[in-house]
Design a protein. Structure first.
Length: 457
């Protein structure tokens, strides 16, 4: 168990690092190679058979199978990630409450930025009428109403539909909101039972150990599947380019620019303003002294692996070690603004492209699914890729659309993934600055602290 000053980091990180070391080429490099090779094969052979009668369409079907495997693993992985975070992380009540409140405010602003962009600009309309051709979908597969039937009623009724009726229902229906609610409830119960009483603690310890082991196993299995992702990208792109030509990439630029605009506004407008106005750290300190952490996150595509550099940058800013460790080590499980903003915008983009008319209430449900899916996945490698199928399901997109769209999005996701990691690190640093400022104000207002300083003088 960890202490408030030295919080324990998720067990998934060593496994992830081992897996990364075993790769000679980073995943993003493999994806780029897969994009190039898939494009060449698709352009050369089109829909004609080649080696042994193999067609690009069959490569696309194999690629979709890999994405379905990824989606199958996502629900149990998020469930055990939340449980593991509950059982291995210790938060002081006062600092923990402040941490959660700051994180909720940050992610709410991120979601507001995403909703404003998607509703005012509506970039998904550029794909309107071309989705069937791009993804080779049958007309009936995109004729569903938004929410997959759940979005026909009042938003409160839709929200109530996510509450689990049975223990197994969220797992069989890929209900990410229900899974997180169930994990939060069970995690709180296990944490309560894992109290100071010796009898209860001894009886619950085997279950806690089982949760930690299952989580590590799922992370390992995840890496096995992630190794196949470049092949999925290769197969799906070969199929799409072979069918519709190179024009597919002109459509992807709209998606890429829309997401980058949202992430940039949140990271380089909201964060610096709050750091300056509330945290008393001007841009030259917040970004100038934090640039090492930001660039490290972008280069290694992991906010968790960047924690040592983040702590060093926060020390240069004059942030107290306790606030820095609380935000960067524990808070990184909550500071997933980059991931949640990306998931929500991607889901709304595809919904617009398919012609779904989503009310604001239903858009907020997608936002809630994005936030829920991002809870506790900071230690999971390629968290954005894992969460995306679940958020798309919450948006009501059919499974065929999800399986076909994800490999297509993956051709530009290697760029967005690095930006998301940089945003998450900037969020960690902002939370640390705000926590430190609140602690400083409380110390200055404390009469005993003032008296102690006066006596020293």
């Amino acid at each position: 168990m960890s202490t408030p000053d030295q919080p324990q980091r998720p067990e998934a990180l060593p496994d992830a690092r081992v897996a990364v070391v075993r790769f000679r080429l980073p995943l993003y490099t493999q994806v780029v190679i897969a994009v190039i090779c898939g494009t060449i094969v698709g352009a050369l052979f089109g829909q004609e058979p080649y080696i042994g009668g193999l067609r690009n369409e069959q490569l696309g079907q194999l690629g979709m199978f890999i994405i379905l495997l990824l989606k199958m693993l996502a629900i149990p992985l998020i469930f055990f990630a939340v449980l593991d975070a509950f059982l291995t992380t210790v938060l002081p009540l006062r600092q923990g409450t402040r941490l959660i409140l700051i994180c909720v405010i940050n992610v709410s602003v991120a979601m507001a930025i995403g909703l404003v962009i998607m509703n005012s600009w509506q970039p998904g309309l550029v794909w309107r009428g071309h989705v069937d051709e791009l993804l080779n979908l049958a007309p009936e597969s995109t004729s569903l109403s938004a929410g997959g039937g759940a979005a026909n009623g009042h938003p409160l009724e839709d929200l109530a539909s996510y509450i689990p009726r049975t223990m197994l229902q969220p797992f069989t229906s890929n209900n990410v909101i229900g899974v997180v609610i169930l994990a939060l409830g069970l995690g709180a119960l296990l944490r309560r039972l894992r109290g100071p009483e010796d009898d209860h603690r001894r009886s619950i310890e085997p279950l806690v150990l089982a949760v930690e082991r299952i989580y590590r196993w799922l992370v390992r299995i995840l890496w096995w599947i992630i190794r196949l992702v470049p092949f999925a990208v290769f197969g799906v792109l070969a199929s799409i380019v072979g069918r519709v030509g190179l024009g597919v990439f002109s459509a992807l630029w709209v998606f890429l620019v829309a997401i980058l605009v949202g992430l940039s506004l949140h990271a380089f407008v909201y964060y610096p303003l709050v750091a300056w106005l509330v945290g008393k750290k001007p841009l030259r300190i917040y970004v100038g002294r934090g640039v090492d952490a930001i660039m490290t996150a972008i280069s290694c595509n992991s906010s968790l692996a960047t924690v040592p550099v983040t702590l060093r940058c926060l020390d240069r800013m004059g942030v107290s070690p306790q606030s820095a460790r609380l935000a960067a080590c524990v808070g990184t499980n909550l500071n997933n603004d980059g991931v949640t903003l990306y998931e929500a915008m991607a889901a709304l983009f595809l919904a617009q492209a398919l012609g779904y008319e989503l009310s604001m209430g239903h858009q907020l449900l997608i936002v809630l699914a994005s936030i829920m899916a991002g809870v506790g996945v900071a230690g999971i490698p390629e968290a954005g890729l894992i969460v995306l199928p679940l958020v798309l399901s919450a948006a009501g997109l059919p499974n065929q659309v999800i399986a076909a769209a994800i490999p297509l999005i993956m051709s530009v996701d290697w760029i967005l993934a690095r930006v998301r990691s940089g945003v998450n690190v900037m969020s960690d640093m902002l939370v640390a600055i705000l926590l430190d400022e609140l602690e400083s104000k409380e110390a200055s207002d404390d009469p005993t602290s003032i008296a102690a300083k006066s006596s020293m003088l």
